[in-house]
Design a protein around this ligand. Structure first.
Ligand code: NAD
Length: 481
């Protein structure tokens, strides 16, 4: 088993304590590699390196920073096979999907580089004689990027890329279970000839290393994606030094299927997308509200589609759903399925781990459909974050909107209807950051994600809006009278 190092100030280093921990292949339960277990002293070293690199990197022309990111995109493209292998082996992403993520990663970096050259400032209309005022976008400073395990490569890249291109220096802390992928990501970034100290990597568990980042006085911003309760802890820790915090947090996303919808298309497309990445996506629907007159049809087609999913080892080309990323998450989803059964729901398919080799060794769970759910059930109320889809009945538009909005989350929602006015009415009433009408969620670098609704986050990610979050608007006013 290989031992890996962290990257601080342009050097590959062990933790000051010398301690290490292992990451695991979720398909086999076997250890994959050992990485340093960082502590506060390592975070101090990374913060020092990032602060030392900041004056040069932040003053570099936007054109030069954009070119550096394009070099990084080219390096990711050249080494994508290594990244794909790790997505498959350390996260359990089916290889077909991992290839798509790697291609999307390159596209995202190219987008970030190109758009960055047009967003860095604006001149304001004159309101006083003989003065000119302008707003200049300046980097926030040193940014700690704390990523979740669910889409490891895309998460690292979609936060580190915009942070760097806008002139910030970074300290990346990947989810501990994806630490080897974090090392590979950083090795590739090093090949892009980015100046030393601009990107630093520390590996270790959130409770210690993450907290050291959130409280460190030499860090100006936290860019975090993860669970809402972790986000709350970080917000509190970061408040002591008043850091800017951009947080993409949990969701429990409702889908409303109206009586007049193309039910067959809705069921097919939603089921086809629901279980991708083992349904470990923040945008995965958490509850389907289906009109009572089309409910049976929706469940029937949804289940037919789910039965086509090929659960298998993620490195096999035919696999469309791999294991869950870790045992803890698998056990959490099993708990939700168990409570659904106890609370009176009907498990229409799936509901258990596969028992035949080789799938009996890893963290696999069969794709599960839970019908006849009630809004009050635990599986409906909480974020599942795994391959189980609860389906409920509603009888009026008002009821569907009320139930959809009855959540502490507000990340995204979906509406299926053939009636344009109804679509606009419902989308207007839903208290969420994004709504997708007659389609499952679609991702492109141009589309923003997240926002400020309820406990699902603070600030935007992706798109121009997400890049702007990594900057401060400095106002400069000059008299020339
Ligand atoms: P998590 O909150 O457990 O961990 C995320 C990261 O935070 C990890 O790197 C972890 O080590 C670190 N961390 C944990 N405790 C910390 C602390 N006290 N201080 C600082 N850092 C700490 O989340 P997860 O289980 O990795 O990911 C799943 C969650 O992420 C789900 O709730 C999902 O909805 C959410 N998510 C949201 C989005 C979005 O865009 N809104 C996207 C992906 C995932």
């Amino acid at each position: 088993m290989q031992n890996y190092k962290m990257y601080i100030g342009g050097k590959w280093v062990d933790a000051v304590s010398g301690r290490t921990f292992a990451t695991v292949n979720p398909s086999t339960g076997e250890e994959l590699g050992r990485v340093p277990l960082a502590g506060k002293e390592d975070v101090d070293k990374a913060a020092k390196a990032a602060n030392e690199a900041l004056p040069v990197w932040s003053k570099m022309t936007q054109s030069d920073r954009a070119k550096a990111i394009l070099r990084f995109a080219a390096a990711v493209k050249e080494h994508s096979k290594e990244l794909i292998d790790l997505e498959v082996n350390e996260h359990g992403t089916p290889v077909m999907l991992a290839r798509g993520f790697a291609a999307a990663a390159v596209d995202q970096l190219e987008y970030i580089a190109s758009i960055s050259r047009g967003i860095m400032g604006q001149v304001l209309p004159q309101s006083m004689p003989n003065t000119v005022g302008y707003l200049q976008r300046v980097p926030i400073g040193v940014c700690a990027v704390i990523t979740p395990w669910n889409v490891p490569l895309m998460m690292m890249l979609s936060m580190v890329g915009p942070a760097m291109v806008t002139g910030n220096t970074c300290i990346l802390k990947p989810a501990s279970v994806n630490s080897v992928l974090g090392v590979k990501f950083t090795e590739i970034l090093e090949k892009a000839d980015i100046p030393k100290g601009v990107m630093n990597l520390v590996t270790g568990p959130g409770g210690s290393v993450g907290d050291a980042l959130a409280t460190h006085p030499g860090i100006d911003m936290i860019r975090f994606t993860g669970a809402t309760d972790t986000g709350q802890v970080i917000l509190k820790a970061a408040s002591k030094t008043v850091k800017k915090c951009i947080m993409e947090l949990g969701g429990n996303n409702p889908i409303i299927v109206c009586e007049d919808a193309d039910v067959e298309k809705a069921a097919k497309l939603q089921a086809g997308r629901h279980y991708g990445n083992s349904a470990q996506n923040c945008s995965t629907p958490g509850r389907y509200y289906v009109h009572e007159n089309v409910y049976d049809k929706f469940v029937e087609v949804f289940v037919e589609e789910v039965k086509k999913i090929k659960v298998g080892l993620p490195w096999e080309e035919s696999t469309t759903m791999g294991p869950m990323a870790n045992l803890q998450q698998l056990e959490k989803v099993e708990y939700y399925i168990k409570t659904a059964r106890e609370e009176g729901a009907r498990i229409v398919c799936g509901g258990a781990r596969p028992t035949t080799p080789p799938l009996d060794k890893g963290y696999f769970l069969m794709p599960t459909v839970v019908a006849d759910c009630k809004h009050e059930m635990t599986i409906v109320k909480e974020e599942i974050f795994g391959p189980a889809a609860p389906i409920l009945k509603f009888s009026s538009e008002e009821e569907a909107i009320k139930l959809a909005n009855d959540s502490s989350y507000g990340l995204c929602a979906g509406v299926w209807t053939r009636d344009g006015s109804k679509a606009l009415r419902i989308t207007g009433e839903l208290r969420v950051d994004s709504v997708f009408v007659n389609m499952p969620r679609m991702m492109t670098p141009e589309f923003p994600w997240g926002g400020n609704v309820k406990e699902s986050g603070v600030g935007k990610s992706d798109s121009v809006c997400g890049m702007e979050e990594f900057t401060d608007l400095k106002f400069i006013c000059i008299s020339y009278s």
